[in-house]
Design a protein around this ligand. Structure first.
Ligand code: ATP
Length: 240
């Protein structure tokens, strides 16, 4: 693995009972990179994320963060390892205020003296959330809720952000906003790995992309070339 590897996944196999969800997935994300894993429904994207954050135990294979195997790290402490997840469907607590939702994200670092400054930094980046701090999160639009989910994840001061289908259920305009936010965060040096069905948008955003299908990586390349590569459609849709 190169010296600047942030995340290295090697030959990962995950089974759900007799169903093989991932059959030997390998991928790498370098420090500061924006990488997309693109694939249709059921390809294994959520499973891959679950394995990275420790929600499912792989049958075999290794996952390393900055060279250290994550295999033995308990789920609770992975946040402390510098990984934060923005889950599919955003998982916003609708009956809590925007501020309360953010404080949930902060809880993991309650004792950190920098927490107040970080809270301020995050609000600076998401002015819409500052305007709505005391309002119920359930009243936010889908795009605003996605911003909230991202803001919440950032409060744990991650070095790497993982996102599961951030454009799911959003209008084209909101998708644009979310991706612009992600591009801005990546420019500040944050490493990003996202899972997407929305191939066209993910290929516009990322540095590199992997196509996953039936639990295996079918194709890998830099995003700009994959956009025009006929092999991309073959890999994504499984055309012969
Ligand atoms: P989606 O876009 O629907 O979330 P995905 O690419 O994230 O799809 P996964 O959810 O990782 O795909 O699913 C990969 C495979 O594993 C699918 O065949 C799915 O049916 C199966 N699977 C997922 N979760 C479970 C489970 N808890 N038990 C059994 N099989 C599962």
């Amino acid at each position: 693995a190169p010296a600047d590897a942030m995340l290295s996944v090697d030959q990962l196999v995950v089974d759900y009972g007799s169903v093989r969800a991932l059959s030997g997935v390998s991928l790498e994300v370098r420090r500061g990179e924006f990488v997309a894993v693109i694939g249709p429904n059921g390809a294994g994207k959520s499973t891959l994320l679950s394995a990275i954050i420790g929600l499912v135990e792989p049958k075999s294979g290794t996952i390393k963060l900055e060279g250290r195997p994550l295999g033995s790290v308990a789920i609770e402490s992975r946040v402390g390892e510098g990984i934060a997840l923005v889950p599919e469907g955003r998982r916003i607590l609708s009956n809590l205020t925007v501020e309360e939702n953010l404080r949930v994200g902060e809880m993991t670092r309650r004792t950190d003296p920098e927490a107040a400054r970080r809270f301020e930094d995050v609000l600076q980046r998401f002015p819409i959330l500052r305007d709505r701090l005391k309002g119920y999160a359930g009243r936010l639009s889908g795009g605003e809720q996605q911003q909230l989910a991202i803001a919440r994840a950032l409060l744990s001061a991650p070095r790497m952000l993982l996102l599961d289908e951030p454009s799911l259920g959003l209008s084209p305009m909101m998708i644009e906003q979310v991706y612009e936010t992600l591009a801005g965060l990546n420019e500040t040096g944050l490493t990003i790995l996202l899972m997407e069905q929305n191939a066209s948008r993910a290929l516009l955003a990322g540095d590199r992309a992997y196509v996953i299908r039936h639990g295996a990586i079918e194709l890998e390349g830099d995003a700009a070339s994959l956009r025009t590569d006929p092999a991309f459609d073959r890999a994504y849709f499984g055309f012969e």
